[in-house]
Design a protein around this ligand. Sequence first.
Ligand code: APR
Length: 227
Amino acid sequence: MRITVLTGAGISAESGLATFRASDGLWENHRIEDVATPEAFARDPALVHQFYNMRRANAAAAQPNAAHHALARLARHHDLVLVTQNVDDLHERAGSPEVIHMHGALDRARCAACGHGWPAPAVMLPDDPCPACAAPATRPDIVWFGEIPRHMERIWQALEESDLFAAIGTSGNVYPAAGFAQHAGRHGVECVELNLENSVNALDFDRRILGPASRTVPAWVEELVGG
Ligand code: APR
């Protein structure tokens, strides 16, 4: 079976990584416009690097949970395309063979001058020279608000060609990911949502499985591969 899965911050919540829109959200000390936009980086690169250095350290200290491991198991039994809005590497560390990071990744760095990319060091500073062009223009390889998400052509095609689409741990607040279920549904693809509560686009799904991902995702995968 061809399955496309989209994950959001909710799948990493039980690994201790804060979600964005919970009351104790990630942004509690910072407004999004101060740390996650190109304008913020131009205005105060040191603050933006400090924010992502903290997120990089938190992600390195976190462990994949049962939901991440269940999706790695799913990939061993079905033709799975795994897309994530998350920038942590918990899917990779749980053994998922291929992860499409549409919002970038904490463990990657990029040069704002020449576009060169490389594995991010634990701590990045505004004056770090680019390894390729030496410009002091290094940035986290993260897609900020107002920037274009990555790999979209491949994602739209996967959604259209799937037998099943599942959204896991995402609130449905941010496009284009919030439109994936509607796009898949228009192509006759069955859509299921696994979330702690109904997302804002819950009505786009044929089925909703409510509860913590570490419990609902392994049970859902068992339905698909068990027996
Ligand atoms: N199990 C399942 N779902 C959970 C859990 C859990 N343990 N804990 C929280 N959730 C759900 C919440 O109910 C919420 O619907 O996960 C969702 C998290 O939503 P957001 O915090 O909005 O995160 P996300 O949807 O990934 O945000 C999308 O917005 O902030 C930008 O670029 C950022 O990638 C992010 C994008």
